[in-house]
Write a protein that binds this ligand. Structure first.
Ligand SMILES: [Zn+2]
Length: 429
């Protein structure tokens, strides 16, 4: 058995950061002014008027299959809709992303706002939308059909209300967010092609609840594992358990672990240490282990496998030799997580998020996630993922019975918050 301390350390390390940024008067004033403005009210009224079109576009886009590497048809439809929403210059880049620039009046750096075109579902999946009341059910309708439909509705509402933002906004329907796509669309946007080096803030509208702001890009898990035992003389105490044998067993078994190549998973034992002399059974050995994946699910799997290997290696050593002077224990200390980076809660755009949400009586819950925001975050560009609907309006993402609810009153309310976030961030100098 592992010590209780083992579990406590793991738990402490894995706690999700929940917090709020410091009060920021200028962000609060900006949020209050924008939400109270006639133009903002006109934009929300335009969404209200145009609500049927929002629902129809959501259904239409969802019913075009868009498996990883098969987003072309949905991308073409999205480009046409972006054009009809009022953006004149809609481009398809070399990777298949649909990009459209909405010029601003100047005074703030370029903001890109994306939703992803691809789904996790194979091309032959039945994506017909089934309606029951205001609930729409189809694979991909929430993740990320709703994000795409929101961006179209936002552009249309901004056009109708004549809203001019400080920053230019690059509206993006990107490819390759889900598993096998490995973030290829947003990676391309930031590292190749015409927009490389130009985008200074990034938002992806891709999430399950508008309380959650994913500002932290989860890419890897790192542990220091310390094996402890009673130690003893190499001759006199021979036959007693040894942390060296337990750790050696764990390293050998980790080395035999077969992990997926796509999405890629890696593991490494980077540092091994321990012992005090050649003629002593060590009382302590340690190793530093790194596990990585762009897929949080695969990362969780390899993490669980690794923890099982450590537990079994400890149990095997305690069974193989005498524990009369004490048994072997292993302590896992989390020494690294999400090295892909984090947008700090006190960065200007997240201070603005906090202030804007406050106007809507909401407090952001900061989340660690693997989304398109991983790419800019890893490049040091402030970025996060948000949802355009509240948590009770969509569920079952990545399953065949995925659904989203478009009841109008709630949809208008959710639209207001999401639009306010875009518009306020577009004003942050
Ligand atoms: Zn998604």
């Amino acid at each position: 058995m592992l010590s209780p301390r083992f579990r406590i350390l793991v738990l402490l390390g894995l706690l999700i950061t929940v917090g709020r940024a410091a009060e920021d008067p200028s962000s609060t004033r900006r949020a209050q002014a924008i939400v109270a403005s006639a133009a903002f009210k006109a934009a929300v009224a335009a969404f209200d008027r145009d609500y049927d079109r929002f629902v129809n576009e959501l259904v239409m886009l969802t019913e075009i299959p868009a498996p990883p590497f098969g987003e072309k048809a949905r991308g073409e439809a999205y480009a046409r809709l972006m054009q009809s929403a009022g953006l004149a210059d809609v481009q398809t880049d070399a990777e298949g992303n649909i990009v459209a620039l909405r010029p601003g009046r100047g005074g703030a750096p370029l903001l890109a706002v994306a939703a992803h075109l691809d789904t996790v579902f194979p091309a032959d999946t039945n994506v017909t939308v089934k309606r029951v009341g205001t609930t729409l059910r189809a694979p991909g309708i929430g993740d990320d059909g709703r994000g795409l439909a929101f961006l179209l509705a936002a552009v249309r509402a901004m056009q109708a209300a004549g809203i001019q933002t400080a920053s230019d906004i690059l509206f993006v329907g990107n490819v390759g967010e889900e598993g096998p796509g490995d973030l290829r669309g947003i990676r391309h946007l930031f590292t190749q092609g015409p927009w490389q080096g130009r985008i200074k803030r990034f938002i992806t509208v891709d999430g399950r609840s508008n309380d959650l702001i994913a500002n932290s890009a989860l890419g890897s898990i790192r542990y220091r594992v310390t094996f402890k035992g009673p130690g003893g003389h190499s001759w006199g105490a021979f036959g007693q358990v040894s942390p060296a044998f337990a750790m050696g067993d764990a390293i050998a078994n980790l080395g035999r672990l077969v992990v997926p190549k796509q999405p890629r998973v890696s593991y490494n034992v980077g540092i091994v240490s321990g012992g005090t002399s050649v003629n002593s059974i060590p009382f302590e050995t340690a190793m530093d282990v790194d596990m990585r994946s762009a897929s949080p699910e695969e990362l969780r799997k390899v993490d669980a496998e690794f923890q099982r290997i450590v537990r079994e290696a400890v149990a095997a050593e305690n069974a193989a030799r005498s524990t009369v002077f004490g048994s072997i224990t292993a302590e896992l200390k989390l020494i690294g997580e999400r090295p892909s980076g984090i947008t700090p809660v006190d960065s200007p755009i997240l201070r603005q998020v906090t202030a804007t949400m406050q106007v809507f009586d909401k407090v952001p819950v900061w989340e660690t996630s693997s989304t398109d925001a991983n790419i800019p975050i890893s490049l040091g560009i402030p970025a996060f993922a948000m949802a355009s609907q509240s948590g009770d309006r969509t569920a079952r993402a990545h399953s065949l019975d995925e659904w989203t609810d478009v009841e109008k009153t709630a949809a208008v309310k959710d639209f207001s918050l999401a639009l306010a976030l875009l518009l306020t961030i577009a004003e942050v100098p």
